[in-house]
Design a protein around this ligand. Sequence first.
Ligand code: FAD
Length: 453
Amino acid sequence: TASLVWFRQDLRLSDQAAVAAATHEGPWIGVYVLDDAAAGPWAIGGAQRWWLHHSLTALGEAIREKGGRLVLRRGDVVKELRAVAEAVGAKSIHAIHHYEPWWQAAEEALARHLDLRLYEGSRLAAPDGVLTGSHTRYRVFTPFWRALKEQMPPPTPHPAPSAFTAPHVAIDGDRLSDWDLLPTKPDWAKGFDIWTPGEVGGREALADFLPKIEDYDHDRNMPAIEGTSRLSPHLHFGEVSPAYVWHRAAKHGRAKAEPWLREVAWRDFAANVIDILPDYGRKNGRDAYDHFRWRTGAAPDRDFDAWTKGRTGYPIVDAGMRELWATGIMHNRVRMIAASFLIKHLLIDWRRGERWFWDTLVDADYGNNAVNWQWVAGTGIDSNPFGRIMAPLVQSRKFDAGDYIREWVPELREIEGDAIHNPHEAGCAPNDYPEPLIGHREARERALAAAKS
Ligand code: FAD
């Protein structure tokens, strides 16, 4: 009898344990279900719909080339999978295990009806296996990383099977184009041509980055340098496996690869956090912050709008927000600055920022996004206190963001030298560049007073 392979954020064929197991067993059909209800507010966002369209196109072609089939369905994920299983006469479903709460719920529901075989493969190690000496879960990154390293390297990645067989049965499936995942008007995705979604694109991104891995520790903080891998959307969609990434990087020597692999391990830590605290995307890690008086009303709404459009009057923040809108990504250092600005300078609830990132990032990831927003906000289980307030203009100078600002804020392109970081202070801000929404010192005092109260 045939089986099913349930694809989610594991859109690859190599080092994909569910594909390997199903192929070993016999004929199978791959299924991807677009379920916009299961995840509630975390239904796939706008930028990621663009990515998903191209990634599924690539996966479908790769499966067909090897003689297999990928069926697309839209609706309640459990219902659709059961219907396809019935049509195929499949009793078992193979899938990679995922840690988002809605996926865990779907896995539980499905296992009540079918023989669901779950495999690891979305993280370097299963988070419930990374434990403290007293067999509890970690709540802080550094000791988590130390314990995870003890378990490394991950199992050697296995290549994709050379051929598949699919059962000859008639099954209804959707046409990808009917899902309307691509933007129509206006076509905001023009700047997305920097990306090649899919397994081949993911491997290429990794190969392009690895020669630079030695410089990562320094370059990673410099927004004007392309010093990071840009692998995050590929990792989110599972187009490359973390084990593959680990082994390829480790070839450059553990010591040289370690600073980068440590960042990759933040994905594992984030999965660990949402596995123990499934509501982390909306619930403060520290309860005391439930009483925090975030600004609400018309004025903060206007500030929020200016932030989303990159019109705050802080060049580094504006460059980041415009890069995000144009390309679906933002440099990590700038994400921290822009997020901190929203939360502490504008005193706007981190959850509003999380929502905006969710819709605009091609790498939007429930665990990574929530863990990082809460880390910046100081509300998280593993974060600095709220009172540590980043100074955007100092950061901009320190990490030499001038050329990055010139690239993304065209009004400031002609400004030379140090004045680029704070053209208002230097007296050279052009008329079409906005005044700062609030001065740094004033913002700092307001934030500290709010935290105190
Ligand atoms: P590299 O520096 O090359 O790192 C390699 C990989 O490690 C990344 O691809 C990513 O998978 C992982 N990684 C690196 N840093 C982190 C981190 N701090 N947390 C978790 N994983 C990390 N990352 C997401 O993948 N999805 C998100 O939704 C997301 N939201 C964020 C929100 C805020 C406010 C902040 C400050 C950071 C957020 N990040 C998120 C983390 C980080 O900014 C991106 O992972 C990184 O910029 C991606 O670029 P890269 O692939 O070149 O990373």
